[in-house]
Design a protein around this ligand. Structure first.
Ligand code: P53
Length: 478
């Protein structure tokens, strides 16, 4: 069987993906409250973003302005429509709807903003695909309640999701509950813990334990949201969102293979709970032996069972590799080794297109659910020429190489894939570093790391390439 000259399935959702805090800006407008994304400064690959105690004068916070999508979205959506987007993945900033998180009534101005944004998409036949919590939550919930350490936050999240489900009942079909909920597997990263769980660690506490506790409340909240969403509109498709970085053994040494398996079990148990509705036994055993005393009630277990997801959304950028360490306790901060068979991006992310086909098959075998690639892409430095061209052939190559593997997975392996939304379809603020110079877009935004620049938009070479991929429904990928 060949993939040459064959299209993707009818109705395949080609589009692009972004997240509220990384492009909207307007961080204090329309009644919006302060979010966790608003207290993170600019970093680099070597220098992690600083998490400040509130907004501190004299520091630069890239998400405050981002690319000003808050004011420019009609112009940007129009350009997406010109590319032929069938869908557009974005998130709803929790703090536009519940500025502090613990109010009883939602903020009408925030709700109206997303009504207008979704209407603008629908006008062009672009369906919004929406993440509820994408790496941000009200900062007040962090300060006042300890973020997702606190069971009370489940209720606040439910208020938020209910307000969104009800308001956008007839505008949105595809939802995701928590972006990359499993990125906190790297619990030693302050950034990952804040963005995923609103956790600011106290010195000396057991970080791993708190990661599992926070993730448990999030998984319960997700399951409750799935249940509620289906009551509000039975046609809703509510998914998980998992950061898929397959983890390979460095060698065929059985100790490496076993450790890689446990690393995968650890990084993806979140998806197990989302999709199966229960915890894997190895992890419950680990909670016991480590005396983590995670607060998991019988009622929680029933909720998890009753609120399994409809599909698995996932991001894919890179693969990881590990070597046996003599223990099975996987620690992402320390246990990753270089894979000699793949190259890395300028930010050290191991570029591995075949790993995407592997991932699609792995998810399918494990959960037998529809899949949705909701992020994929190459963060790279782009040069704008004097005549305003951006020749990003490296990005076209990256995406073509990945789409080739996706196409094989769909057409040859029979994977059920709903769509493909490359990350940062317009340049935006990088999550890990806060940089503008780590660009993913088909559309270049004239803005520097320090926020200077005209914010004008320019089409890159990849724009026309992707436009053609969509117009031909991928049939030219071979
Ligand atoms: P940036 C780590 C590993 C894989 C995906 O990332 C990740 C991260 C955290 O940075 O995040 C996702 O912008 C995330 C997006 C993010 C994108 O990947 O750091 O869902 O919000 O922007 C790319 O290069």
């Amino acid at each position: 069987m060949t993939i040459k000259d064959r299209p993707f399935p009818d109705g395949f959702l080609w589009g692009g993906a972004v997240a509220a805090h990384q492009l909207e800006g307007g961080y204090d407008q329309g009644g919006k409250g302060l979010s966790t994304a608003d207290v993170m400064t600019l970093g680099t690959n070597e220098q992690p973003r600083e998490i400040t105690d509130g907004v501190v004068g004299g520091k630069y916070y890239p998400n405050h302005q981002a690319i000003d999508f808050y004011h420019r979205y009609p112009e940007d959506i129009k350009v997406f429509a010109g590319m032929g987007f069938k869908c557009f993945r974005t998130s709803i900033a929790w703090t536009r709807i519940f500025p502090n998180g613990d109010e009883t009534e939602p903020n009408e101005e925030g709700l109206q903003f997303y009504d207008d944004l979704f209407d603008e998409c629908l006008k062009y036949g672009i369906q919004p695909v929406v993440t509820l919590a994408h790496f941000e939550m009200p900062y007040h919930l962090v300060k006042q309640y300890g973020g997702w350490r606190n069971r009370k936050v489940i209720k606040f999240y439910m208020n938020f999701s209910q307000a969104c489900f009800e308001r956008y009942r007839d505008k949105v079909t595809y939802w995701m509950t928590f972006n990359e909920i499993n990125n906190q597997t790297n619990f030693e990263s302050d950034g990952a813990m804040l963005t995923d769980s609103g956790i600011i660690h106290q010195p000396g506490e057991n970080r791993e334990k708190w990661m599992y506790q926070a993730a448990h409340y999030e998984l319960v909240a997700s399951a409750e949201a799935v249940k509620l969403g289906h009551q509000i509109n039975p046609d809703f498709q509510i998914g998980a969102m998992i950061a898929m970085c397959p983890i390979y053994p460095l060698t065929s040494n059985p100790a490496d293979v076993l450790f890689a398996q446990r690393a995968m079990q650890t990084r993806f148990y979140f998806a197990d709970v989302h999709a199966n509705g229960f915890y894997p036994q190895w992890l419950l055993n680990r909670f016991e032996t480590e005396h983590f005393n995670i607060d998991i009630t019988e009622a929680d277990l029933a909720t998890l069972k009753a609120g399994t997801v409809d599909y698995i959304g996932f991001s894919y950028y890179m693969s990881f590799t590990v070597q046996g360490t003599g223990t099975l306790a996987y620690n992402e901060e320390h246990d990753l080794v270089k894979n000699p068979y793949v190259k890395a991006s300028d930010w050290g992310w191991q570029v591995d297109p075949i790993g995407l086909r592997y991932a699609l098959n792995w998810f399918t075998d494990r959960y037998h659910l529809p899949l949705f690639i909701v992020e994929n892409g190459l963060g790279a430095v782009d040069q704008k020429t004097a005549d305003n061209q951006i020749h990003d052939d490296y990005r076209i190559d990256y995406l073509t190489d990945h789409l080739r593997q996706v196409k094989k997975a769909v057409l040859e392996d029979g994977v059920n894939l709903l769509g493909y939304t490359p990350w940062g379809c317009i340049d935006l603020v990088a999550a890990s570093t806060g940089q503008m110079s780590k660009r993913y877009g088909f559309i270049y935004v004239d803005e520097n790391d320090d926020g200077s620049g005209s914010l004008k938009r320019y089409k890159k070479d990849s724009f026309e390439w992707y436009q053609n991929v969509i117009a031909t429904n991928g049939s030219e990928i071979e």
